[in-house]
Write a protein that binds this ligand. Structure first.
Ligand SMILES: *Cc1c(COP(=O)(O)O)cnc(C)c1O
Length: 486
């Protein structure tokens, strides 16, 4: 343990002296000199600015090694040497600890026991091993990202994923950008800059606080023309709003809320008919957009991209890392002429995904096309379709493991609960799940949650109904909860 700060004051060694010590020499084998010197300076600085009020006796209590040094000017020269050595050790302890902390990655692995399967703040979908393999390959090698190998000439990165997306959605063409927000922005700009876009008042969504249809519309240079009311919009509302300024009819999937009660909304089929009659393109922002029919897996219905394409939408946009279960990406599929127009838009260069994302997306799409058992191959689908009995078995093993690690006073029990899909997929539907309820007579649920977040690796649970829960839907083996508590 590092000597208490106050204790080291008055014996602060010089940077040069520390650099000559064997312990720092060893550090210089792993870290560059400028970094180590910077960290030494920072430690010495900290020691020089120990707040007043940390008394000598407190310091002595924290670290018995420094007890004699409580009053720095009262000791004999002989003690001074011994004391300087102790101080130096203390400084080196602090330095090593500081370097260890500063060198750990900021993007840390965490255990997602939150019960939110596609948690935006935890990075949404996990990639399938096949996709990860492809990312690793692309990361360490040159790849034909925009290179037409047979011709030996420049190609287009969309061509890597286009055939798979066409096959999976039935669309004539496909393009990829960084995320779905970007897909919506570029489509609006390419198709309706300077013109009006008709949107139902019931579909002016906000996603995750920063994606709002009216704001994206404003940034795209298109003008929002709201039609209908919050709860009811009819095809007549759109028809009445069409004028010489109209450039696009937009439908937005209300992916994170549901309007219930006395409601009416216009189907995509009706919008497509209206668009055709007036020579206007029709776009649907599906948000999540499933590539497969989730009801086949016993899950609630979520719009399937292929169906919306078949209904005649000119362009459909959706995310790569929501229900699709791939990397962060925004996918645009639709009519070839429309997709080409979007591709030629200058914003595309500012929104193009990197080779790692293209590799991950290709690997994921390949599973959709070729895997004999998608529910097993794709982590997102595996989470969604996980049998309760499986979670219970993991939960029972995890109880034993946690009882041992948490120490006395904690009560752990297996309870039924509900998981959310998250990220605006399957809104309003919760999946029955199994969780560990963890409580302690002297610690609040929030304190327990903090303790789990401080573990290595950190565990993210949730507090529900006044209890701290670890949702087991995302925990496939009890060992994943074999974390170290501080
Ligand atoms: C999630 C979502 C977005 C934003 O997609 P990102 O991939 O997070 O950029 C846009 N529209 C809808 C309807 C969504 O559900």
């Amino acid at each position: 343990m590092a000597a208490a700060p106050r204790d080291l004051r008055g014996h602060i060694p010089s940077v040069d002296r520390l650099l000559r010590t064997p312990r720092v020499q060893e550090l210089l084998g792993s870290y560059n000199r400028a970094f180590v010197v910077g960290e030494i300076r920072a430690v010495l600085d900290e020691l020089r600015h120990v707040p007043e009020g940390v008394t000598g006796t407190e310091a002595a209590r924290v670290d018995p090694r420094g007890a004699e040094g409580a009053s720095p000017d009262s000791h004999l020269p002989r003690d001074a040497n011994a004391h300087a050595a102790t101080a130096e050790d203390g400084v080196l302890d602090r330095l090593e600890e500081r370097i260890r902390r500063a060198s750990a990655p900021r993007l840390r692995r965490v255990v997602n026991a939150s019960g939110v399967i596609l948690h935006t703040n935890l990075g949404r979908a996990l990639l399938a091993p096949e996709a990860i393999e492809q990312v690793t390959e692309a990361a360490g090698h040159a790849v034909g990202l925009e290179y037409d190998l047979p011709r030996g000439a420049r190609g287009d990165r969309d061509s890597i994923i286009e055939a798979d997306l066409m096959a999976l959605t039935g669309a004539e063409a496909a393009a990829v950008v960084n995320n779905n927000a970007a897909a919506v922005l570029i489509a609006l700009n390419a198709l309706a800059e300077g013109r009006e876009v008709l949107v139902s008042r019931g579909e002016l969504i906000e996603i995750g606080g920063s994606f709002r249809i009216p704001e994206i519309m404003a940034k795209s240079g298109a003008r929002l023309h709201e039609v209908g009311t919050t709860n009811r919009t009819h095809v007549e509302d759109y028809r009445a709003a069409i004028g010489p300024q109209t450039g696009l009819l937009l439908k937005v999937h209300t992916s994170n809320y549901r309007i219930v009660g006395f409601t009416a909304s216009v189907t995509l089929d009706d919008l497509v008919d209206l668009g055709r009659a007036h020579g206007l393109p029709v776009m649907e922002d599906l948000g999540s957009g499933a590539l497969v029919d989730l009801t086949e897996y016993g899950l609630p219905r979520e719009p399937v991209v292929r169906d919306q394409v078949a209904r005649g939408a000119d362009v459909v946009t959706f995310s790569g890392d929501k229900l699709l279960g791939g990397p962060q990406a925004g996918i645009l599929v639709g009519k070839r002429a429309v997709i080409e127009r979007i591709r030629r838009n200058p914003l595309r260069r500012a929104m193009r995904p990197g080779k790692l994302d293209i590799a991950a997306l290709e690997g994921t799409l390949r599973l959709y096309r070729r895997s004999p058992d998608l529910a097993c191959a794709l982590p997102t689908l595996r989470w969604l379709t996980r049998p309760i009995a499986d979670m219970e078995a993991v939960g029972r093993a995890a109880v034993l493991l946690l009882v041992e690690r948490l120490g006395s006073g904690f009560e752990i029990s297996l309870v039924s609960s509900e998981s959310e899909v998250g990220s605006g997929a399957l809104p309003g539907t919760c999946l029955p799940t199994c969780a560990l309820a963890i409580s302690h007579a002297e610690h609040s649920p929030d304190e327990i949650a903090r303790r789990f977040r401080a573990a290595e690796p950190p565990v993210i649970g949730r507090v529900s109904g006044g209890t701290f829960l670890l949702d087991l839907r995302g925990i496939f083996a009890a060992e994943e909860l074999a974390v170290r508590f501080p």
